[in-house]
Design a protein around this ligand. Structure first.
Ligand code: VGL
Ligand code: ZN
Length: 197
């Protein structure tokens, strides 16, 4: 068994003061750093959108947090966030990025959002992370990070569907919780075989 820690989107825009701030998003950083020592691999993800991304409300002249219909299904329209190269897209300054074996970016496709670290929101376009894990023999994942109900949730469910053993350490995650999305995410992860601890 090779067990990796997958750290989802611990970036300034998801921390207090950021463009899409998650309550307590910065409170998990020290715990994530401490957890890194327990894993044989550490992988970080980074939400990484071009300006004018199709998931931004501003691109559609719509209200942030409203819904739209994309060719691949319903999509929340977010405030502009994690724009490539900006300070908002940078990792939280205290996150131990030097410990990372791999940093994988997602959401760079202008037309498709990507909550999951494995597949874009069309559910078919791969990011390449599956191949990396398989070729390194990583078969077991623990996920932590932001946000529990979006990128952690989608990544955990996809990993379980790919046949990996998946645990989410809920104490080291924080949620956006939009219209019951946290409860729905917990139910969905559990149904997919993800262990929540
Ligand atoms: C995320 C909304 C938009 C996340 C990313 O990291 O959970 N949420 N982009
Ligand atoms: Zn995003």
């Amino acid at each position: 068994m090779t067990h990796a820690l997958l750290v989802i989107d611990v970036q300034n825009d998801f921390c207090p003061g950021g463009a899409l701030a998650v309550a307590g998003g910065d409170a998990i950083v020290a715990g994530i750093n401490a957890a890194m020592a327990d894993f044989s691999a550490v992988i970080l993800t980074q939400d990484w959108h071009p300006a004018g991304h199709s998931s931004f409300a501003s691109t559609h002249n719509a209200a942030p947090m409203s819904m739209t219909e994309m060719p691949y299904g319903p999509q929340v329209l977010w405030p502009d966030h994690c724009i490539q190269g900006t300070s908002g897209a940078a990792f939280h300054k205290d996150l131990m990025t030097d410990r990372a074996d791999l940093i994988i970016r997602k959401g760079y496709n202008p037309a498709i959002d990507s909550y999951s670290a494995f597949f874009e929101n069309d559910k078919v376009t791969p990011t390449g992370l599956e191949g990396y894990l398989r070729t390194r023999g990583i078969d077991t994942l623990t996920l932590v990070g932001l946000a529990t109900d979006f990128c952690v949730n989608y990544s955990a469910v996809d990993a379980a569907k790919l046949g990996l053993d998946v645990t989410v350490n809920m104490a080291l995650c924080r949620a956006i919780d939009l219209d019951g999305s946290l409860d729905a995410a917990k139910a969905g992860m559990t149904a997919a075989g993800v262990i929540l601890v």
